[in-house]
Ligand binder design. Structure first.
Ligand code: SER
Length: 593
């Protein structure tokens, strides 16, 4: 049974049973409290809580999907028989349509009848703290197979969720085949709050997840996931010198696959967040290729094969883009790689401080230092390395503050710094102008433009955003005009506080790199004020924002801002340049500064 057969059987099975098949969402979730999509249920979170209506969106209370997923928490385990960073997750979901009985019956039928596998045993939640044992699931399993081996497990094994800071969660039942856990069936009865307390959901839901790679391994009777038809064609492309180095081979194919999918979902290598994960994956591939004399063309061929093999199911896989990002990263890294390896070779022991130095000076990622360092890096830990990195970031931030205004900063939000009242007024005007600029770039260039960074001094604003080519002079003019137009319209700037969820639902832009609290501040600019036509509901005689128009801009932001765009003055773009291949930078000022 090929992995393609398994995908097809799974979707057909659930489609026949009234499930709407929903395409995989991106690896980059809309919820910025998590870096990546780690589970199939993530795109369905609002349907469990009643915030979104599944009937309206899917025409059914039940869905099924094959979701691209990425778990960086497993990066250090890659190389064993069953761990991966990127994987595909088969799942069926119900939002008030069915519950335990059907979910268990479907899983039992699919595993034993459709795939013809034998279940070793199943686990159920045995009860812990205030959450009762799941006797109902035990009964259902027994009704399907009187002799089935059922094992009760505690909260750490058989209770799932939430993804991100909060969300649906609940007890699970899990299916084991050939000693491997293949299917996790979650009964979402609760909502896990940010403070870890549980609230009962109005309607319980179903969330199941089954890794395609592990399923292929048991269905194809292989000893590990890398022998399945998902990886075999990639391992074949590795040179003979790597034979016997299973771990390295597995790391290369896993990381190349994850990198290919990340790049195709829009991630570019960088030193931050998702880009940093991608950089580490690519650099680890590059180091091992370098050490084993794997030619660049051979690595490109691996990427080409991934794009070819997966292209039918995931048409977003873009071979040219994947290879070009790899080439660019390779070129950058090659400049320092040899020097870094040489330096590493000279060290007698590698601790957090020397590891960080190797990273900072030569771009060697933690994984590479740990691996290549071998015994010398025995005491080096990821958390030690990360702490060192954090410490250095804090030191350099402090340095930047000092350069800016020395002691006694009135305000320092990271993007906004002011030493006195006068400066505060100036940076506030530039800050609101930055929101107008961001909104205008999205309206004129592409709605996918995303903020990558912002830095404001009393003299100018600097705004980094994702876009992969130089802006034309006409586009720059259009952007500048649009900002000035918004200023001339004297749009109100309104600050509201709301829950994070409501903010995202209202279309507010959030900045990925940040972790947001539960309650957030949202700044809305526009729409224009009108002499109220809704006079029946109006209580004041002041002009009101025209509620039928969408706002010009809405962003999660800590402020401060001017209260009306007229306070900004005339906006002028000074410069547009590249920061990296896919990030542009605009510097701008406003009149009178
Ligand atoms: N959310 C559960 C998991 O990821 C089941 O889909 O394992």
């Amino acid at each position: 049974m090929s992995h393609g057969d398994i995908r097809e059987k799974f979707l057909k099975f659930f489609e026949k049973r009234g499930h709407k098949i929903v395409p995989s969402s991106s690896l980059l979730p809309t919820d910025p409290s998590v870096l990546f999509t780690t589970a199939g249920m993530q795109q369905f979170k609002p349907y469990y809580t009643g915030q979104s209506d599944p009937m309206k969106d899917f025409g059914s209370l039940n869905t099924a999907s094959i979701q691209k997923s990425m778990r960086t928490s497993d990066i250090d385990k890659v190389g064993d028989e069953s761990h991966l960073t990127f994987f595909e997750m088969l799942g069926n979901f119900s939002f008030g349509g069915y519950f335990k009985k059907e979910a268990i019956e479907y899983a039992y039928d699919f595993v034993t009848k459709e795939l013809g596998l034998t279940i070793d045993y199943v686990s159920v939640f045995g009860g812990e703290e205030d959450i009762p044992a799941d006797k109902e699931s035990e009964k259902i399993w027994k009704s399907l197979d009187r002799n089935i081996d059922i094992r009760e497990m505690g909260r750490s094994d058989n209770f799932w969720g939430p993804t991100g800071k909060e969300g649906p969660c609940g007890p699970t039942t899990e299916i084991y085949v050939n000693g491997v856990e293949i299917w996790n069936i979650v009964f979402n009865e609760y909502y896990c709050n940010e403070d870890k307390s549980l609230s009962k959901l109005d309607k319980p839901g179903i969330d199941t997840g089954m890794g395609l790679e592990r399923l292929a391994m048991v269905a194809q009777k292989k000893g590990n996931i890398f022998e399945t038809d998902l990886f075999e064609p990639l391992i074949q492309l590795l040179p003979g010198e790597m034979n016997g180095h299973d771990r390295i081979q597995r790391i290369i194919v896993d990381h190349s696959r994850a990198a290919a999918f990340l790049i195709s979902d829009g991630v570019v290598p960088s030193n931050k967040e998702q880009g940093y994960v991608l950089r580490r994956l690519l650099r680890r591939v590059i180091v091992h290729s370098h050490n084993f004399g794997l030619e660049l063309d051979a690595v490109r061929e691996i990427f080409g094969t991934i794009a070819g093999n997966y292209g039918r199911v995931y048409p977003e896989l873009d071979k040219e883009k994947i290879i070009s990002e790899f080439d660019k990263e390779n070129e950058k890294f090659q400049k320092t790689l040899k020097g870094g390896l040489k330096e590493l070779g000279k060290l007698n022991t590698v601790d957090s401080a020397s590891a960080f130095k190797l990273y900072e000076s030569f771009g060697l990622p933690y994984e590479v230092i740990k691996e290549v360092g071998g015994n010398k890096a025995e005491t080096l830990t990821r958390s030690g390395f990360e702490q060192e990195m954090k410490r250095h970031r804090e030191i350099s931030r402090a340095g930047a503050d000092k350069k800016f205004g020395g002691h006694g900063l009135l305000m320092d939000t990271g993007e906004l710094k002011a030493g006195d009242e006068e400066e505060l007024k100036k940076v506030t005007r530039l800050h609101t102008a930055t929101h107008l600029l961001h909104a205008s770039l999205r309206k004129i260039l592409d709605n996918d433009v995303q903020q990558q960074g912002s830095d404001i001094t009393p003299e100018r604003l600097r705004f980094d955003f994702t876009f992969s080519r130089k802006l034309t002079p006409e586009e720059l003019q259009q952007v500048e005009d649009m900002v000035n137009d918004a200023i001339k319209k004297e749009l109100p700037v309104i600050k509201t506080e709301m829950s994070y969820k409501d903010a995202i639902r209202s279309g507010a832009l959030a900045f990925f790199k940040q972790k947001y609290p539960n309650r957030v501040t949202v700044y809305t600019i526009g729409p224009e004020l009108v002499e109220g036509q809704n006079s029946s509901t109006r209580t004041s005689s002041e002009p009101q924002p025209n509620s039928s128009e969408p706002p010009f801009s809405r962003e999660l932001c800590g402020g401060p801002h001017v209260s009306n765009t007229r306070e900004i003055g005339k906006f002028k773009i000074i410069k547009e340049e590249a920061v990296s291949a896919d990030v542009r930078r605009i510097r701008a000022m406003v009149e009178g500064i």
